[in-house]
Design a protein around this ligand. Sequence first.
Ligand SMILES: Nc1ncnc2c1ncn2[C@@H]1O[C@H](COP(=O)(O)OP(=O)(O)O)[C@@H](O)[C@H]1O
Ligand SMILES: [Mg+2]
Length: 375
Amino acid sequence: MMDGGMVGTAQALVRFVGVQKTYDGEHLVVKNLDLDIRKGEFVTLLGPSGSGKTTTLMMLAGFEVPTQGEIYLADRPIKNMPPHKRDIGMVFQNYALFPHLTIEENVAFPLTVRGTAKAEVQERVRNALRMIKLENLAHRRPGQLSGGQQQRVALARALVFNPQLVLMDEPLGALDKRLREHMQLEIKQLHEQMGITVVYVTHDQGEALTMSDRIAVFNDGIVQQIDKPDALYEQPVNSFVANFIGENNVLSGTVENIEQGFCRVALTSGGSVVAQAVNVEGPGAATALSVRPERIVIVPDDASTGGASTDLANRLPATVQDTIYLGDHALAVLKVAGNGEFMVKLPPGAHAGLGHGQAVTIAFRPEDCRALDPV
Ligand SMILES: Nc1ncnc2c1ncn2[C@@H]1O[C@H](COP(=O)(O)OP(=O)(O)O)[C@@H](O)[C@H]1O
Ligand SMILES: [Mg+2]
């Protein structure tokens, strides 16, 4: 299930090889992690709280030690390399600025501890403050800045010494939604301009999809899938990923047969559907089907037998529960095969014709339906 996890030694700046971590000697919070990160890449560790993201980042930073396995930075094992020798910049959720130092002094700190010459410190700090557009506030203290401004200072401080790698752990978690979305684009632009390698941690799938080249989806200490954002959404390898990334419709059933990558699935509530056999054991096995809302159409009832569009081979009866108007699109909430929260994305204006309790037929292609592990 390590789809796309390996990139080849030559290009990898960071390699996790068989890394495990336990704090109590019993329970593994990171289980056998293999992950390569290319130079210049923006990789996000995404997963629910407690899934092992921060632990993974802390092992890379050098504040935690793997129980098993090895981490390589630029092809060197780093088990015995102290944090300050790893050339890594870090940004955390709580800024961790020094309250008694000015903004300028905060940003200068990583350079002064490295013994950088005074003129160069001044030059670099000036550039860093310009980059985050806070030149004017250089002499203020952190307490005199807003949350967003403080986080930009933390960012400048992590970047000012040109580290080969920058780690960010939920850096926008304390900001409100608007500012968070603005900062997501700002960090993404900085990444593109500077060509740095970023390992970013978040539990917010929207944030991960917006910013990342690749995303490693964590659950319970195990990487479920590593892929580009669109591949995670379009080709989830299991039900956890399908449900964690974007809106997902689930139908439960049993595999009847598998042929050439497709399977027929008898739905628990009656009827059957043809789906891509992605993650199913074989005939007789339970499965959860996954279909995205925009891959489903509501067809007129008289088309449900003959069929205007023959590739929409899957047809199921449905009952309208509700419609949700969202400006640029609308959603129909349907009851389909026992699932009362089945979402269908509607074309503009189409919600007006649907009323609560109305019987309709939905249709979707076998290619747009994935048979996954049962939930
Ligand atoms: N210093 C620690 N000592 C003991 N257990 C820890 C420590 N840090 C994290 N854990 C446990 O390890 C698991 C993973 O935590 P963490 O890596 O922080 O997850 P995430 O960042 O994905 O929320 C959790 O069960 C957490 O309680
Ligand atoms: Mg965490």
